[in-house]
Design a protein around this ligand. Structure first.
Ligand code: SF4
Length: 290
C-alpha cells in the first residue's frame, strides 16, 4: 500500500498498541491526538517526546509552547485548509488519519544547530504530525542530517519511526500547511511570536540554516525584532550564503529541498550536503576554540 518503504499505519499502530497498552486507537497520529485530549492543559504526546527527555526549566517552557502551538487557530484560511486536506486526504494515504493541526517543532532542546523551514506540506507534516515527515523534502533533509551526524537515521516516515535529532532542532516560519505552499504575509506575522519565543528558549544555538528565502527572511527579521543581530539590513538570499548574525551565531542560507527545486536540479544533493558540511565544520571549530 505504501511505496518508498513506508511503514503501514496498521503495522505502526500495532507496535504502539503493545507499547502503550491502548486498544481503540488506529494510527500513530491517533495516539498523539488521544494523548493530547487526555492531558488537558499540560500536554504529553509522542511528537514532542524528544523535548521532554529532560526537565530543565527551558525544556519545560519549550514543551508548553509546543502544546500551545498545536491548539492555535489564528489563521482562518490555514485552519480551514489543513482541516479540509485532513478530511479529504489523497488516495495513497487513504488509510491514514491525518494530524490536521499545527505542527510542533522537533528536535533536541539543547541543540546548537537550528533549521528554519517554510511550513508543513499538506500530505507530509499535515498528515504525519512531524516536521518534514512523510514527504520528499523530508527525504532530502534527513538524509543530509544523517550524513553529517545530526540524526540517528536517514528516514523520516511517521512519528513512531525512531528518528531522533542530535544537536539539531527544526522549526518553521508557519506551523500550518498553506494552499499551494504559499503563505500570506499576515499568516507569517501571526506565527512569528512562536518562533521568537523559541529563539529565546533555545540557549545553545550557534548555527542557523534557513531552508528557502522565506525562512531566511524570517530568521533575519526575528533577530532584528529581538535586537540580537548587528546586521543593519536584510541580506540578499543565495544558496550557500553565510552571515555573521552576532558574535555567537551564524546564518547559512540554503535553497529549500522542495520538489520544485530538487526535481529541476536547482538544488542538487551535492549543494545541499555542502550546507550541512559547513554547519558541522562551524560547530566543530566552535568546540575546538573553547
Ligand atoms: S500558521 Fe501559526 S499562527 Fe497560523 S494558525 Fe497555524 S500555528 Fe497558528
Amino acid at each position: 500500500m505504501f511505496s518508498h518503504g513506508f511503514i503501514s499505519p496498521s503495522r505502526s499502530s500495532n507496535h504502539l498498541h503493545r507499547h502503550l497498552n491502548v486498544s481503540n486507537i488506529s494510527s500513530p497520529v491517533n495516539i498523539a491526538k488521544r494523548s493530547f485530549e487526555l492531558a488537558g492543559n499540560f500536554v504529553y504526546f509522542p511528537i514532542v517526546s524528544q523535548i521532554m527527555k529532560e526537565s530543565k526549566p527551558g525544556h519545560t517552557e519549550l514543551q508548553r509552547l509546543q502544546s500551545k502551538i498545536i491548539r492555535c487557530k489564528r489563521c482562518p484560511r490555514l485552519v480551514s485548509w489543513r482541516e479540509k486536506v485532513a478530511e479529504e486526504k489523497v488516495a495513497r494515504y487513504n488509510d491514514w488519519e491525518y494530524w490536521g493541526k499545527p505542527i510542533p517543532s522537533f528536535g533536541d532542546p539543547d541543540a546548537r544547530l537550528l533549521l528554519v523551514g517554510l511550513a508543513p506540506a499538506a500530505h507530509g507534516g499535515n498528515r504525519t504530525g512531524r516536521m518534514f515527515t512523510g514527504d520528499r523534502s523530508g527525504d532530502w533533509l534527513y538524509r543530509a542530517l544523517y550524513k553529517f551526524g545530526f540524526a540517528n537515521q536517514p528516514q523520516s516516515i511517521s512519528t513512531d519511526d525512531g528518528l531522533q535529532l542530535m544537536d539539531c532542532y527544526i522549526t518553521a516560519t508557519a506551523r500550518c500547511a498553506p494552499p499551494q505552499n504559499k503563505l500570506l504575509p499576515e499568516e507569517i506575522r501571526n506565527c512569528r511570536p512562536y518562533l521568537l519565543k523559541e529563539l529565546q528558549l533555545l540557549k545553545n544555538i550557534r548555527v542557523i540554516v534557513a531552508l528557502g528565502k522565506i525562512g531566511f527572511d524570517t530568521i533575519f527579521d526575528s533577530f532584528r525584532t529581538l535586537e540580537i543581530t548587528s546586521l543593519p539590513r536584510r541580506p540578499a538570499f543565495g544558496h550557500g550564503g553565510e552571515y555573521t548574525l552576532n558574535d555567537r551565531q551564524t546564518l547559512i542560507a540554503s535553497f529549500h529541498p522542495s520538489q520544485q527545486n530538487t526535481f529541476t536540479g536547482k538544488l542538487t544533493e551535492k549543494m545541499f550536503d555542502a550546507v550541512f558540511r559547513r554547519a558541522r565544520k562551524l560547530l566543530d571549530s566552535n568546540d575546538s576554540s573553547k
